[in-house]
Design a protein around this ligand. Structure first.
Ligand code: 3PG
Ligand code: CO
Length: 551
């Protein structure tokens, strides 16, 4: 039983609204900052004054290997949910490679058992970039090198192209480097390594939260069955030609297979093979893992379900044990705020649209998809559209806002926590005008939400998980925008290193409460104790300090 000590100076029993404005950082105030150029009367009035501040949301402050690492939703929500800095999957995987422990793991041995059998193949599937959010190319190189030393003779690579955590158009560079590496390995070790299939990450394989299973099915057909509408003799040609013919960005490249001169796929996945999913972040590979592991699977017609030795780089879901075998133990995130609230009998309403639904539930609770209490917690998903979000920058923000308003007014919840995805999901398209519009919609939603908090006499805390919409251009070392040959700016589709806003208020907040200024570089982990205070409690002693100063 986890106990929170009652805080004498904060109101008790009044609802607290916690809003995560996904991807809304505090960036440089120029014309490429969609938050800056958007018309945002509500944010303008909120993001100043004694109850406003910024916190770090990237690098070591959120448990990533270095301060060069941008933040992301997984680490941001993990940290907000648990109030401490936890070494994240990216760091744990990094350490496991550095110490060599990864090659002693049960997961690796499971793969080895299969790839050492005569005529069996080791397949790697995952995101091919060094974005460091879901995966890292250096891990591909390390795994291939070691597997070759350990006796793998046939390796097939199923590559998902990025352009979302790294700049658009860079996929071709990663392919080129990989091809050079493969050539060297093939020549010096007499092995047979080839790229076998691929596609853009937003169109092939990497769906999340069951938003669109067809994405996973396309990947299954290409990686496993060796079937795709487009076949090529090599990946470089595949990506160059598909991008030109489809006028698409890297993220949306259609699925393709590599075929040999006899028109056979070079690497379908068959019984007895070993399959390693290279991603270390779970949300976008849980579905493909399920397709490999589930006996009774009804999300799409698999046509063939090869019996393989499957493993993930890490365990993706700690409640459902997905996948069963993995190479690195996932971060051990315990005693999260959700667990405390449930043990204290506090009622929670958590809501977002599909694209971010798992962020305020699964990531929030330390990568567990279940609830702490069936009776006290309500998780409400609003189905996301399956469109290109620059064409619908409002997404489902108004529906999420209405659901939160209703939850607040119902009197049935002590905490209402929502994620508004627009700044991030539209920011990832790299389209400045659409992202500006997305931020304006957010501002309207905030207006409605603040009124609701006022009406119920509660409190609010508004923050973000990482930056994105706050910078929409790639920049040179001096910070000047980079432009193409026509003078157009090169869009930035990825997150940023920006700090994020934190502001609290509402009728139930004691008048003497202001933002602390004495903390040295506060981070997202300090936000948790802050909302626990607003709910009328002291944070657990091992949580990072609150941001509130009571004068
Ligand atoms: C994605 O998966 O969409 C990006 O790689 C990271 O975005 P998120 O961390 O905001 O989900
Ligand atoms: Co994002």
């Amino acid at each position: 039983m986890k106990i929170l000590k009652r805080h004498e100076e904060f109101a008790h029993g009044k609802p607290v609204l916690l809003i995560v404005l996904d991807g809304v950082g505090v960036g440089r105030l120029d014309s490429f900052n969609a938050v800056n150029i958007a018309k945002t009367p509500v944010m303008d009035s909120l993001f100043k004054g004694p109850r406003y501040g910024t916190v770090k949301a990237h690098g070591k402050a959120v448990g990533l290997p270095s301060d060069a690492d941008m933040g992301n939703s997984e680490v941001g929500h993990n940290t907000l949910g648990c109030g401490r800095v936890v070494s994240q999957g990216a760091s744990l995987v990094e350490n496991a490679f550095a110490s060599g422990a990864i090659f002693q793991s049960d997961g690796y041995k499971h793969l080895q058992e299969a790839f050492l059998s005569p005529n069996k193949t080791l397949h790697l599937i995952g995101l091919l970039s060094d974005g460091g959010v879901h995966s890292h190319t250096k891990h591909w190189y390390s795994i291939i090198s070691q597997a070759v030393l350990d006796g793998a003779r046939r390796i097939r690579l199923h590559i998902l192209l990025d352009g979302r955590d790294v700049p658009e158009g860079t996929s071709i560079n990663y392919i080129q480097k990989l091809e050079d590496f493969i050539k060297l390995q093939n020549e010096s070790h007499e092995v047979d390594i080839q790229i076998a299939s691929g596609g853009g990450r937003m169109f092939v394989t990497m769906d999340r939260y069951e938003a669109e299973w067809a994405i996973v099915q396309r990947g299954w057909n290409a990686h496993v069955l060796g079937q795709a509408d487009f076949t090529f003799s090599n990946a470089y040609q595949a990506v160059t030609e598909l991008k030109a013919s489809h006028k698409c960005s890297d993220q949306y490249i259609p699925p393709f297979c590599i075929y040999d001169p006899n028109q056979h796929p070079v690497g379908p996945i068959i019984d007895g093979d070993a399959v390693l999913c290279m991603n270390f972040r779970g949300d976008r590979v849980i579905e493909i893992s399920r397709a490999f592991e589930e006996v009774n699977f009804d999300k799409f017609e698999r046509k063939r379900h090869p019996q393989v030795n499957f493993a993930g780089m890490i365990r993706y879901d700690g409640d459902q044990n997905i996948p069963q075998k993995f190479l690195v133990d996932p971060p051990f995130i315990q005693n999260t705020s959700g667990e405390y609230l449930a043990d204290m009998g506090l009622r929670v309403f958590a809501c977002s649209e599909t694209q971010k639904y798992g962020h305020v539930t699964y990531f929030w609770n330390g990568n567990r998809s279940g609830k702490f209490s069936e009776t006290l917690e309500t998780y409400h998903e609003i189905r996301s559209d399956t469109c290109y979000f620059a064409e619908k920058p409002e997404m489902k923000a108004r529906e999420i806002t209405d659901a939160a308003t209703e939850a607040l007014k119902s009197g049935q919840y002590d905490m209402v926590r929502i994620n508004l995805p627009n700044g991030d999901m539209v920011g990832h398209t790299g389209e400045l005008d659409a992202t500006k519009r997305a931020v304006e919609v957010l501002d309207e939603c905030l207006g409605q939400l603040l009124e609701a908090v006022q009406a119920v006499g509660g409190a609010y805390l508004i923050t973000a998980d990482h930056g994105n919409a706050d910078d929409m251009t790639q920049r040179d070392a001096k910070g000047e925008p980079l432009r193409d040959e026509n003078g157009e700016i090169l869009p930035l589709t990825s997150h940023t290193l920006a700090a994020v806003p934190v502001v609290f208020g509402g009728p139930s907040v004691p008048e003497n409460a202001i933002m602390r200024t004495d903390l040295n570089q506060p981070g997202l982990s300090n936000v948790t104790a802050t909302f626990i205070n607003l709910m009328g409690f002291h944070a657990p002693p091992d949580y990072d300090e609150t941001l509130i100063n009571l004068l």
